[in-house]
Design a protein around this ligand. Structure first.
Ligand code: G4P
Length: 527
């Protein structure tokens, strides 16, 4: 494979990341401030209007139906410190969808926002685990220091022990809540103080400066010195290798609302966050600096315009220089696609992309040929790995009001499954489709969209299964025998792979004991 110095240089400048957090920790506020520093927006508040922040479920669905907002904010690009940042949005609602997981397959690092008063919350933990599974390095932003918070040492201890990783504070807060004055930068010893709206941060390099004495009470400074001795003895220092391997998280204290600590976080991302990594595929690793374009689809958004069944595939570029008008091969179909109207996502706007580099995300409009997991290349039949389906945690039968429209339902379910709204399974015996989801909200969205976009009113009926496992075996005869014997508990996924539907945990354990030659897996890599 030939490497190109230009592509390598552009790739090194990319920082493609996601923000993971529990709802209300401050992800939207932080996003806004990052975009502000990146010059991508000029007024805070443009990402989402204030009232929309606390979106109730129904609002979210309305927005999901209208399609506009979730699309334009799902990738945000901005420049800072000589780097181009691509921030990928992970949906902020409490229920979990596969979309979130998949988005995390397209990033090189993550920022975890933690509410300083609450510590690690359930959604943060789940998302963290997905990042860890993929060795995605994580920086922590400890938010809301302008409010009463947990004791910082206890908080970092909690993070370290709940996530089983080292946490290295990059700065240390001076006070909290009403008495929050700013932070001490751990390595340089400089103080960055909280200012006002026009100048939110002021740096003071000299501890003897008069202005410091005016702004931070002597007792608080003395306290700080004492605490820092303790911190330096007890908490690890930052180590870039350990961070990149996912063993250590640097922690930045701040307040997104007061625009405090954002610059330090961005500088940290510029200096330490990994640029695009080599991407695993079945035959070889794809280096970002290779001169040929390769990318994979990690998300598909359909029906952006309800009048047309158009779709946009979100493609993460892994190598090469992409140029508008290029003809790329859709590896799964071995067919070419002329990408004449690619979309770049610029904070709220969509623009035509003339060129894009490894780490960048482009939107590729298509008529349904592209699915999650698909590779687009300049001809090489690359099969990317690592974009899994996840075992559903809720399984439901779909009941159609009008049985004459079964064919339409099939098509609609397949369409929506392609987008990753739900998974669909076809039982080997019986006629009702079974949909599988990892969160309840996915079902609500499925029902609403089937009705609104396909005019298919449906109901769900609970299916007597608790989970599903993909089945596979080295010995194809063993698999065939298993299929014949267990037909009544088997279904096929969209690609015709056998899936075992388990009635309960006992059933699942039993089947694994009874059929040792069969592998039962919780995730399946997309073919
Ligand atoms: P999310 O996207 O993670 O769900 O959180 P979002 O940014 O919407 O923030 C949730 C709430 O926390 C908002 O308040 C927001 O203003 C507040 N917040 C975010 N960062 C900080 C911070 O650093 N300090 C303080 N004190 N508050 C912060 P809200 O009452 O829900 O909305 P709003 O009416 O204040 O906008």
């Amino acid at each position: 494979m030939a490497l190109s110095p230009i592509v390598e240089a552009e790739a090194k400048k990319r920082r493609t990341f996601a923000i993971i957090s529990h709802p209300d920790a401050g992800k939207t506020t932080l996003t806004e401030k990052l975009l502000l520093f990146g010059g991508a927006i000029h007024l805070a508040g443009e990402v989402k209007a204030k009232g929309e922040r606390r979106r109730a479920r129904s609002d979210w669905m309305k927005i999901e139906q209208q399609r506009g907002i979730s699309v334009s904010t799902s990738v945000m690009t901005f420049d800072y410190g000589g780097c181009t940042f691509n921030l990928l949005d992970t949906p902020g609602h409490e229920d979990f969808s596969e979309d979130t997981y998949r988005t995390l397959t397209a990033v090189d690092s993550a920022v975890m926002v933690i509410d300083a008063a609450k510590g690690i919350e359930p959604q943060t933990l789940k998302l963290f685990q997905v990042c860890r599974m993929r060795d995605v390095p994580i920086m922590a932003f400890i938010n809301k220091m302008d409010r009463e918070a947990k004791d910082p040492i206890e908080l970092l201890d909690e993070i370290a022990s709940r996530l089983a990783l080292d946490v290295a504070p990059m700065n240390w807060p001076i006070g909290m809540g009403q008495n929050f004055r700013g932070v001490l930068e751990r390595e340089s010893g400089r103080l960055t103080l909280l200012g006002d709206a026009s100048e939110p941060e002021q740096t003071i390099a000299d501890r003897r400066s008069n202005s410091l004495a005016d702004r931070v009470p002597a007792a608080q400074l003395a306290d700080l010195d004492e605490t820092m001795e303790l911190v330096d003895g007890a908490l690890p220092h930052f180590d870039v290798q350990s961070y990149r391997e996912g063993h250590l998280s640097p922690a930045f204290f701040g307040s997104a609302l007061r625009t405090f600590g954002i610059r330090a976080l961005l500088d940290g991302l510029v200096a330490y966050a990994p640029p695009p990594r080599p991407q695993a595929s079945v035959d070889r690793e794809i280096e970002p600096g290779e001169d040929k374009v390769a990318g994979f689809v990690f998300k598909v958004q359909a029906n952006m315009d309800p009048k047309h069944r158009d779709r946009v595939a979100f493609v993460r570029l892994c190598s090469g220089r992409f140029m508008r008008g290029m003809k790329l091969t859709m590896v799964r179909h071995a067919k070419q696609l002329a990408v004449s109207n690619p979309i770049f996502f610029m904070a709220g706007d969509r623009e035509l992309a003339d060129e894009a580099w490894p780490g960048d995300i482009i939107g590729v409009p298509n008529h349904g040929q592209l699915r999650v997991g698909d590779a687009l290349t300049e001809g090489e039949p690359i099969k990317f790995t690592g974009i899994p389906n996840f075992a559903p945690e809720i399984l439901m039968r779909v009941r159609l009001g009008d049985p004459m429209r079964a064919k339409h339902l099939r098509k609609a379910l397949e369409d929506l499954a392609e987008e990753g709204v739900t998974q669909v399974f076809r039982p080997m015996i019986g006629a009702d489709w079974i949909v599988g989801v990892v969160g309840q909200l996915q079902l609500d969205v499925l029902k609403t969209r089937l009705e609104a976009e396909y005019n298919l009113p449906i109901d769900f009926e609970s299916a007597p299964y608790v989970t599903a496992r993909w089945c596979d075996a080295d010995d194809s005869r063993a698999l065939d025998a298993f299929r014949t014997q267990k037909k009544s508990s088997l279904a096929e996924d969209r690609d015709g792979n056998p899936v075992y539907l388990a009635r309960n945990t006992w059933d699942l354990n039993r089947i694994q004991d009874d059929f040792p030659a069969i592998r039962f897996t919780e995730t399946r890599e997309r073919a």
